[in-house]
Design a protein. Structure first.
Length: 114
């Protein structure tokens, strides 16, 4: 039975919010153990939540999406690009030299609401 509500992606392209991070984390753990131990390279990932960018600015301005973010994200908004850039800068810096195989969630707390 088809849903009466419109969706952003057709059913074949939907991935649950809980499955995607699990798959990313498993891939990250495999990469960090296979590559890092041999070459001294750390391997980490960022799991972003809802972010407003130039590409999706029109969609992000939609009142329904704003209401959704306020309801589902404890910080009650979408993230800004500079906020995910900070996570990337940290993982690329010497401050994260002992961080390996980690998936850093940057989602304004959305994942704890699930």
């Amino acid at each position: 039975m088809a849903s009466a509500e419109p969706t952003l992606f057709p059913p074949t392209f939907r991935v649950s919010w809980t499955d995607a991070p699990k798959k990313a984390a498993q891939s990250e753990k495999t990469a960090s153990s296979d590559i890092g131990f041999v070459h001294g390279v750390t391997s980490n990932a960022i799991a972003p939540g809802m972010f407003t960018t130039e590409t999706n600015a029109a969609m992000a301005a939609d009142p329904d999406l704003v209401a959704f973010a306020r309801q589902r994200v404890p910080l009650q908004r979408c993230g800004r690009p500079r906020e995910i850039a900070g996570a990337a800068l940290f993982l690329a810096s010497d401050a994260a030299s002992f961080v390996n195989g980690h998936v850093l969630t940057v989602d304004g707390g959305m994942s704890i609401q699930m």
